[in-house]
Design a protein around this ligand. Structure first.
Ligand SMILES: NC(=O)C1=CN([C@@H]2O[C@H](COP(=O)(O)OP(=O)(O)OC[C@H]3O[C@@H](n4cnc5c(N)ncnc54)[C@H](O)[C@@H]3O)[C@@H](O)[C@H]2O)C=CC1
Ligand SMILES: N[C@@H](CC=O)C(=O)O
Ligand code: NA
Length: 439
């Protein structure tokens, strides 16, 4: 008898929770507080049969039933239909998720690190075990963007996905921009509020956003994209001066995950996925995303532009996404049917820097003499980078501060341009190089 046969026989879907931290504890609360609603919506009685923890004696939130705590994870998995993995990280999460799926148990997880690093293995286990995999919480917390791409946009062709998908870094950049807080103080607050990963360097260095970008790109473009396919720059080097100056010039600095499909403006077919800080015009909807909030803008051929906005981090909002997956899984266990499987039929190639579209805003200090600006413009021209605007801020003691904003060029051409600016004799300093997105 398979696990869903058992569930169908008695109408009870047995749930194992692995990990009872920021998100897991809220899942326990919501499961117990609103059990009647979940039963009515899924047609199943949801029974939390155990909570696997590392230390059963540790202090817990008052609503966590102590009698359900166990340190025997495998023993717990064997007794259940749906396994909710909320420990995070690669091991032992990978082994436990594979064990559950191969045993025919549906898995609900918020673990983007695991999915982005071991997606093929996890999805293969889904196929082998005839169970389902749900991961709404893995990308942008409460925002139903996994559902949106996997189900709502299954009848469309996505062209671009661009968003703020890490609450911690958005909180930090926002506090630096709006309140002038230092990076360290803003990070400490984000940790206290439960937004940051157990190891916050994965937020700050962009790896959490890169994992989410890989998952979003895989869903959007029906192509397998892993975390190693995503070039990433985090926000560790962003200073209060950078964000302040951006603001003075009509931009807001955001850590963006961007995934684009070409052909676009005559470039070859493929996809480019990136995570990096970028200047967004203050009139763009992403500029208005404050605090730990996330937003994902999707452009699709027929639907046009869609924007998903909401809370991307924090125990309670993330638990909402986990609960929606649990209710869907329970409904399928009782009534039949499956969640959509991994779709990778398109297998579009990943574009390198020579084919990846990008724009930059470069600030240089330039000797204020005849012909120096022409030399700089010549470098842009020779590298086939079209200049959108040139702005001279001031000229002190024979040195002019110039800001050059490019049109869309390739990443490689922009990198060559900057390297040549650094080597150009009349350029005293390349003060900053920022990506520009969203125009
Ligand atoms: N906190 C957030 O805002 C969000 C978190 N997520 C994801 O949800 C998952 C959980 O995140 P959090 O609750 O924030 O993490 P957390 O660090 O607060 O909780 C994880 C819990 O798992 C426990 N644990 C670790 N290894 C274990 C093991 N072998 N057996 C049993 N328990 C074990 C830890 O002791 C801890 O209590 C992660 O994959 C994370 O990326 C996703 C979206 C938002
Ligand atoms: N650490 C993450 C939490 C959810 O994924 C974030 O800050 O967004
Ligand atoms: Na989500």
């Amino acid at each position: 008898m398979s696990t869903s046969d058992t569930a169908r026989a008695d109408g009870v879907v047995r749930i194992a929770l692995i990990g009872c931290g920021t998100v897991g504890s809220q899942v326990v609360r919501l499961l117990t507080e609103h059990g009647e609603d979940w039963a009515a919506r899924s047609g199943a009685q949801l029974e939390l049969v155990g909570i696997a923890v590392r230390d059963a004696a540790a202090e817990r939130d008052p609503w966590v039933p102590r009698e359900l705590l166990t340190e025997d994870v495998s023993g717990l998995i064997e007794r259940t239909d749906v396994v909710v993995e909320l420990i995070g990280g690669i091991e032992p999460a990978r082994t436990l998720v594979l064990e559950a799926l191969r045993g025919g148990r549906t898995v609900v997880t918020g673990n983007k690190a695991l999915l982005a690093a071991h997606g093929p293995e996890v999805h293969a286990a889904v196929e082998s075990g005839d169970a389902d995999l749900y991961y709404e919480a893995a990308v942008a917390g409460a925002i139903p963007v996994v559902y949106g791409l996997r189900e709502s946009l299954a009848g469309d062709n996505v062209v671009t996905v661009a968003g703020i998908v890490n609450g911690t870094t958005n909180y930090i950049l926002d506090e630096m921009t709006m309140r002038g807080l230092s990076f360290d103080d803003a990070l400490a607050q984000a940790q206290q509020l439960g937004y940051a990963e157990a190891d916050p360097s994965s937020d700050i260095d962009g790896h959490d956003a890169a994992a989410k970008a890989a998952i979003l790109a895989s869903l959007a473009f029906h192509t397998r994209v892993g975390i190693d396919d995503v070039p990433v720059t985090g926000i560790r080097d962003v200073t209060v001066e950078d964000v302040t100056q951006a603001r003075e010039n009509g931009y807001v600095m955001k850590l963006l995950a961007v995934a684009r499909r070409t052909p676009r403006r005559g470039r070859p077919a493929g996809i480019a996925v990136r995570v990096h800080p970028a200047l967004v015009p203050e009139t763009h909807p992403l500029a208005a995303v404050h605090g730990p909030f996330n937003a994902v803008v999707v452009e699709a051929e027929s639907a046009g532009r869609l924007m998903f906005y909401g809370q991307g981090a924090g125990g309670v909002p993330t638990a909402s996404a986990v609960l929606s997956d649990i209710v869907a899984a329970a409904g399928h266990a009782i009534r039949g049917g499956h969640a959509p499987r991994e779709s990778t039929y398109a297998q579009l190639p990943l574009l390198g820097p020579e084919a990846t579209p990008a724009r930059t805003r470069v600030q240089i200090s330039l000797a204020d003499q005849p012909g120096t600006l022409a030399a700089v413009a010549g470098i842009y021209g020779e590298e086939n980078v079209s200049i959108e605007s040139v702005h001279q801020q001031r000229s002190d003691e024979g040195v002019a501060r110039i800001t050059i904003t490019s049109h869309v060029a390739t990443e490689a051409a922009l990198e060559r341009t900057v390297a040549r600016l650094v080597a150009e004799r009349s350029v005293e300093d390349v003060v900053s190089v920022s990506r520009v997105e969203g125009e």
